[in-house]
Design a protein around this ligand. Sequence first.
Ligand code: TEU
Length: 537
Amino acid sequence: MTPLDSCVIYQIYPMSFQDSDGDGMGDINGIRRRLGYLAELGVDMLWLTPVYRSPKCDNGYDVADYRDIDPAFGTLAEMEQLIREADAHGIGIMMDIVANHTSIDHLWFQRALAGDPHYQAFYVFRDLAFVEAHPLQSIFGGDAWQYLPALDLYYLHNFDPGQADLDWDNPAVRAAMAEVINFWLDKGIRGFRFDVIDMVSKDWSRLAMSNGPQLHRYIRELNDASFGGKGIITVGETWGADLPHMRSYSNPDGSEFSMVFNFEHLGLGANKWSSHFDLLRFKQAMARHQQGLHRQGWNSLFLGNHDLPRAVSRFGNDEPQWRELSAKQWAMVLHLMQGTPFLYQGEELGMTNRHWQPHELRDVEAINYRTSQQAKGLDPAELARRLDTMGRDNARTPMQWEAGPQAGFSTVEPWIALNDNYKEINAAEQLARPDSLFHCYRRLIALRKAQPVIRHGIFELLDPDDPQRIGYRRRYRDPVSGQTHVLLLLANLTATPLLMPHFDQAPGANGLLIGNYPEAPTSALFAPYQTAVWLLA
Ligand code: TEU
């Protein structure tokens, strides 16, 4: 298995990756069919968002059975085949562990409902007095407490009412979750992504649903009881992680996770729906994490996932004239940092956000948000703009494989609308064109494996206050040869030509490692979105 420092992980949203049985929804056999494509890209591991049995009120993040595959995706036997076939390509599979909550269809919750006190203690059931003293809003909107007349109790759901929070202060819950992980380890799973893992320890005294007092203890206990010491790659989803927490989570002693997802660089702010991307904050957050975790932890590197807008639409310029240059630029900016890059499906093609008609929305979060904002009288044009720029459905449109019917995703109308631009943006076109974004990603992935300065070099941000450019240096001293390798990246983030400071340090065309124009820059005047990366001896 590829070691952590050169590993690149590709995230698959199975519902939207490849349909193999003509029901308009992606499935496990569809992923198997595309393993050749993923091997060509050069990725080492596939993170699958949940494929467990689920009523799918939150597209699988409401798990009804952690040990079975949802019939819409296939069977356990097909999953085992996927694990074997991926392994034959040198690719591991990473499962998504949804440990903070289960579906209310899960047997545990059903037994709790039937009055079994052992399983009632798995969840957060409380009486009216407690609920009144602890008012909480669900992340998807509305009250986080749901009343159950049959029990005359309320249960906590930080997400949809169909997703009941587990009580991790109950040791039986922690043991049950370790067993789930061991079940998948036995099947040959090589990685785990832990959904909202910072919410498993809650701090009731502060009414804080994440970063509670037992958080790191519970993670260490889970590590000990399941994946620890087995060369498994793990990543925790932690919206509330600051640098000290990140160091603890990704402690090089291996006692917690390999790394976590920190979201600060995305500039989502307090309210994601009205947030704007802020380049200076991005640069500063990246530099802080690059430097703060160097040899003291490990970074994940990502610009997109199934909850976020499409990367080129959020960070770059998705107008047809600039889209590919801009997407290559962001790919280079991210992939030449230290850490483990995560590529979200379609990012390697530069897939974009789309315009949503109200009836086309599928995501529970977007639908709830639309309803609540309409009730509050938000201007309809502004509401549409927010859903188009920030809605999670943007990331969930079907993979664009080819220019033919349904973009090659399915033979029937997909469960969620395609992006109309699949005739221009698709895998078939890019595989055949050597200077495409796909091949740029393929090169970046290969460079990480070839160049120790990318894996280990110390990071230095240039001009942190420059709002139009990104520049950084990486520096690495080879312990054997004593030779120092320096990587220099300069990027013009605007649609107009710009003079680039630090160009005088570039060694000329011969030292160019990678760039997004056919020719290396010959002067300090960079073309629109021009990006160049040199290796200095
Ligand atoms: O996401 C956690 C989470 O907090 C997001 O729902 C986030 O708040 C939202 O997208 C931003 O508005 C994880 C999963 O990635 C997500 O798909 C699930 O819906 C959620 O947990 C619940 O399991």
